[in-house]
Design a protein around this ligand. Structure first.
Ligand SMILES: [Fe+2]
Ligand SMILES: [Fe+2]
Length: 172
């Protein structure tokens, strides 16, 4: 088999098992889109869009649950990326198949940055408050609320660069 566009590596792992499983799937599906023939491109893009909606939605639900201050920043970046993927999917359906390669190349560069910054900060915070996806998180949510009440909200600081120029206008 040819070399994948983006290889899974230790550097991509965040030591948060649910997130890491989802991210492995993201990498697999991205590689599948990149390796698709023109005939398969649309189907693999559809699968990739579906995964990405769930992947981003999952992180956003966690952040909402414990009222994580960088939520809007992180969500804004997800929204921009999804918009680009959906637009490319539409154009590929209209015959611009060469855009598939442009998209996968850009995402192979974007993903390690996003995982290493916004997702890493999220994973670290989840560990800190003891939040376990799918578990009983009553204590973790209370711990997060107490920590927030005690200190000034960090806001978008961890992903400020990405937020500053990519968040959609409605995110004030
Ligand atoms: Fe992620
Ligand atoms: Fe994310």
């Amino acid at each position: 088999m040819n070399q994948p566009l983006l290889a899974w590596s230790r550097e991509l792992a965040l030591d948060q098992s649910t997130m890491d499983d989802t991210h492995r799937e993201f990498v697999d599906l991205l590689n599948r889109v990149a390796a698709s023939s023109e005939d398969d491109l649309l189907a693999s893009l559809d699968e990739f869009v579906k995964h990405t909606e769930e992947h981003f939605g999952q992180e956003e639900r966690w952040m909402e649950e414990f009222a994580f201050p960088p939520l809007h920043c992180h969500q804004g970046e997800h929204a921009n990326v999804l918009e680009v993927i959906r637009e490319v999917r539409k154009r590929v359906a209209d015959g611009q198949v060469q855009l598939g390669a442009t998209l996968t190349q850009a995402l192979a560069e974007w993903f390690p940055q996003h995982a290493g910054s916004m997702d890493a900060v999220l994973a670290m915070y989840m560990k800190q408050i003891g939040y376990v996806p799918g578990g009983d998180n009553t204590a973790a949510i209370a711990a997060a609320a107490a920590a927030m009440a005690e200190q000034a909200a960090p806001g978008c600081a961890p992903g400020a660069d990405a937020c500053g120029h990519t968040a959609p206008a409605e995110n004030r």
